[in-house]
Design a protein. Sequence first.
Length: 156
Amino acid sequence: MISRVIEAKPEELRMFLEEAAGVSKYKERRKRDRRARLSDTRENLVARRAISALELGNQLARLEEQARVAAQYRELEERHRQAQHLMWHAKAAGRRACPRSLHDGDRDAHRRARSVAGGRARTPKTQLVTLRDRAFRGRRRAARHGRARSTRPTPR
C-alpha cells in the first residue's frame, strides 16, 4: 500500500488523501444530488413543452374562430354598404319609377322572412349588428382575462 502511495500520480494521491479524510463520500453525494436535479429539470422541460403545445393549440383554435367571425363580419358589412348605396340610389331616382305591386311584393317577402326567422328578419344589417355584438362580447371577455387593451368596439 505504501509503495502505491509513493508511486501514485497526483490524481491518485488526491483520491487516497480524500478517502483517508472521509471527504469522498460527501463529494459522491453532491454528485448524485446534481444528477438528480438535472434529471428533474429535464423532466420539467419536457412537461412544459407539452403544456405549451397544448396552450398554443387552444390559442390557435380561438384565433381561427375569431378570424372566421371577422371575415363574416367584413362580408356582411360590405353587403350592408352595398344595400345602403342601392337604397340611396333608389331614393334619389324616386320610387315613382317602380310599380306599386313590386313594393307590396317586397313587404310580403319581408313578412314571410320574419315568420321563418322567428319574428326577426335576418337581413344583412341585423346580421352585422349580431356580429358586432359578438365581437364586442369577445373583446370584453378577453379584457377580463387580461388579453386585450380595450373593451370598446372600434368605430367604422
